[in-house]
Design a protein around this ligand. Structure first.
Ligand SMILES: Nc1ncnc2c1ncn2[C@@H]1O[C@H](COP(=O)(O)OP(=O)(O)OP(=O)(O)O)[C@@H](O)[C@H]1O
Length: 636
């Protein structure tokens, strides 16, 4: 059971991380200048309106309310003044909040979308060899959680900037009202900020843990659904339920821990400004009594305390987000900076007739999964890195193909035969330039594949693998994959793949939706649709990597026979595991441990190659056993 979704780690804030975090933020700001400027403008307006509210309350208290209380009369003019002043600051506040929130959200999501596009484009650009060393769970995490983590900081950022404006103006306002009351503010607000930092320090690992467990619950659930058949067939329901229960309970405990920590800290944090307000009232009352201040001054400062208390926490949110943002950004950036794109030339391949493929002294080794070493681990405290995936980085590379020289003649069927792990699939990938050889050359029509233009090879050669992907779309779309082809052409391909019979029997025929991953079809039917998908492109070279394993042998024979007769001519390179398939081939290449041991016709190899003889005899015995079992079942 894998750990596909790795959560984003959250190291502790240090000056170095803070510096890197500010650099990430600056990178984001540069890319969203306009929107971010609107967010900051909105935030500044909100800040001004918020501290303006305190001023307005102080002002109307001094000029309208106190005289009204003293005289015992309220004029309509006074009421209108109070109303207009308060509505004025309120409208400013609302406009500021709307601008700040909307623009901050737009900037954050714009960045996420832009980076998702860049990462996805990069995934498509990077060669298969890069993908071999990067597990799909990591790619998913890069494209989703890491990008989200990198730019989440843009949510509280504009507010935090507004808070700075607010604190400066609020501080000046307090000093102008009364330095003694201001002194209380200068003690309370840094205290509030520090308490918030401590709170974030306690909360961060707990929230990270909860995030991680959420991902694990989702992953276990996903695996259980995916492996539903296996779980039932193996009678593992109880163990699977237990596994799910275990991780669910862990998540529950972790969330309770988050709630408990929040429950302890929040009342304390909320009490700090209340205590500050009490201190303001206590000091203020004595100063009003001594005649140094009027009541309106005390009301103004007390109100300032109440309105500044909550926004000050935004600074803490930004600081708390920064480490996560740094780690997320580094991981995303490592994908964007990844080297290893394929070089292309200007060469063109003919679109006519069957293609000839050649490999000349080709060797290929798979890269070790080096990239699994944690990206961003260098910025994590030593004790935090233990929990992360730190697969060793090894210089050894597993040789899959060694010095292979091979000729796949045009218009013929060539079979690649060999025991498991002999390198057949790797060789097939090399022939279609899904990977580049480390040494040697691979040619189509005597043109080195490295020198041809991008997009040429898929137009000429097509691979059909054993595991095929089907979209939850109609048959037609699964065959054309977006090409503008007539139904007649689609039916032709289905006929060659011997899929026309069952497709015409489906409700809607070409319009029949085949379900998620082709769930409405049998394995053999899925393989035949995949074959039709390849055939409809009229490839000059068709590579079948165990592509008919789930197809009945008689139908397989008919398909391969049909392919030989295609009118435009087609070269077929087939990785064969069945005696019948092997016998259909004009030429057979026998591989062992990445090397070509022998090649020739079936009879020639049978006569002189012991390994080949043993293998095909084993295939023949297996076929005979299967036929005997089938015959038995028929008799019963
Ligand atoms: N993505 C990969 N990363 C690392 N090593 C790999 C990878 N794919 C294949 N290999 C290794 O390369 C060697 C050749 O594998 P390949 O899949 O080409 O063999 P094969 O002959 O097609 O095997 P099979 O008949 O079982 O499909 C094997 O030793 C295999 O373990």
């Amino acid at each position: 059971m894998t750990s596909a979704t790795r959560p984003v780690e959250r190291p502790r804030p240090t000056p170095a991380i803070l510096r890197q975090g500010l650099s990430v933020i600056w990178t984001g700001i540069k890319q969203q200048k306009g929107v971010f400027a609107i967010a900051v403008l909105g935030s500044a307006l909100w800040a001004l309106a918020t501290v303006g509210t305190a001023w307005a309350i102080g002002h109307v208290t001094a000029t309208q309310i106190t005289p009204a209380v003293t005289s015992g009369e309220v004029t309509s003019g006074a009421l209108w003044t109070i109303f207009l002043v308060l509505v004025g600051v309120l409208v400013g506040n609302v406009i500021g909040v709307v601008l700040r929130r909307v623009a901050a959200t737009v900037a954050g999501f714009n960045l996420q979308a832009a980076y998702r596009k860049r990462v996805t484009r990069q995934y498509l650009r990077l060669p298969l060899s890069w993908h071999h060393s990067h597990p799909s769970g990591q790619l998913l995490s890069n494209a989703h959680a890491d990008i989200e983590a990198a730019w989440q900081v843009f949510n509280p950022l504009p507010m935090a900037i507004g808070v700075i404006v607010m604190l400066v103006i609020g501080g000046a306002q307090m000093v102008s009202v009364d330095p003694f009351l201001a002194l209380i503010g200068f003690l309370v607000f840094p205290g509030l900020f520090a308490a918030n930092l401590v709170f974030q320090r306690f909360m961060s690992p707990r929230i990270t843990r909860a995030q991680q467990l959420r991902a694990e619950v989702a992953e276990v659930a996903h695996e259980s659904f995916e492996a539903g058949m296996l779980v039932k067939a193996m009678g593992r329901e109880a163990e699977e339920t237990q596994r799910f229960r275990g991780v669910t309970h862990e998540l529950r405990d972790s969330l309770i821990d988050v709630g408990r920590t929040r429950g302890v800290f929040e009342p304390v944090i909320e009490a700090i400004p209340v205590l500050g307000t009490l201190a303001v009232l206590a000091v203020g009352t004595s100063r009003v009594a001594s005649g140094d201040l009027v009541a309106a001054d005390v009301v103004e400062v007390a109100y300032l305390f109440s309105i500044l208390a909550f926004p000050v926490r935004a600074l803490g949110w930004v600081l708390a987000e920064i480490p996560r943002s740094v780690v997320g950004y580094r991981r995303v950036d490592s994908v964007l900076q990844a080297q290893g794109s394929m070089e292309y030339g200007e060469g063109q391949l003919s679109r006519e007739g069957a293609a000839r493929a050649r490999a000349d002294h080709v060797s290929y080794a798979y890269a070790e999964p080096t990239e699994r070493a944690v990206l961003g681990a260098d910025i994590l405290p030593a004790e935090d890195t233990g929990a992360l995936d730190t697969a060793p980085v090894g210089p050894q590379r597993a040789m899959a193909i060694r010095e292979v020289t091979l000729d796949v003649p045009a218009g013929r069927t060539t079979a690649l035969v060999g025991p498991t792990g002999a390198g057949k699939s790797t060789l097939a990938n090399l022939v279609l330039r899904l990977v580049d050889p480390d040494t040697g050359t691979v040619c189509l029509d005597d043109i080195d594949l490295r020198t041809v233009r991008k997009g040429e090879i898929p137009d000429v050669g097509t691979l059909v693998a054993q595991q095929t992907f089907m979209f939850d779309d109609p048959v037609r779309d699964n065959v054309t994959l977006g090409l503008d082809l007539s139904d007649e052409v689609v039916w032709d391909a289905l006929r060659t793949a011997r899929a026309d019979g069952f497709v015409s029997g489906m409700p809607g025929a070409l319009d029949a939706v085949i379900g998620e991953r082709g769930g409405n079809l049998s394995g053999g039917q899925r393989q035949r649709i995949a074959l039709a998908r390849a055939i409809v492109r009229r490839p000059r070279l068709l590579v079948l990597d165990d592509a008919t394993s789930a197809v009945d042998p008689a139908i397989e024979q008919a398909i391969l026979g049909g392919l030989r007769e295609t009118k435009d001519g087609m070269t077929v390179l087939v990785i064969a595991y069945r005696m019948a398939t092997i016998q259909l081939a004009d030429h057979i290449v026998y591989l062992e441990q990445g090397s070509v041991v022998d090649q020739g016709s079936h009879d020639e190899l049978l006569a002189r190659c012991t390994g080949y003889g043993d293998l095909v005899n084993a295939y023949a015995r297996e076929a005979a056993d299967r036929a005997a079992v089938a015959a038995d079942e028929e008799v019963q």
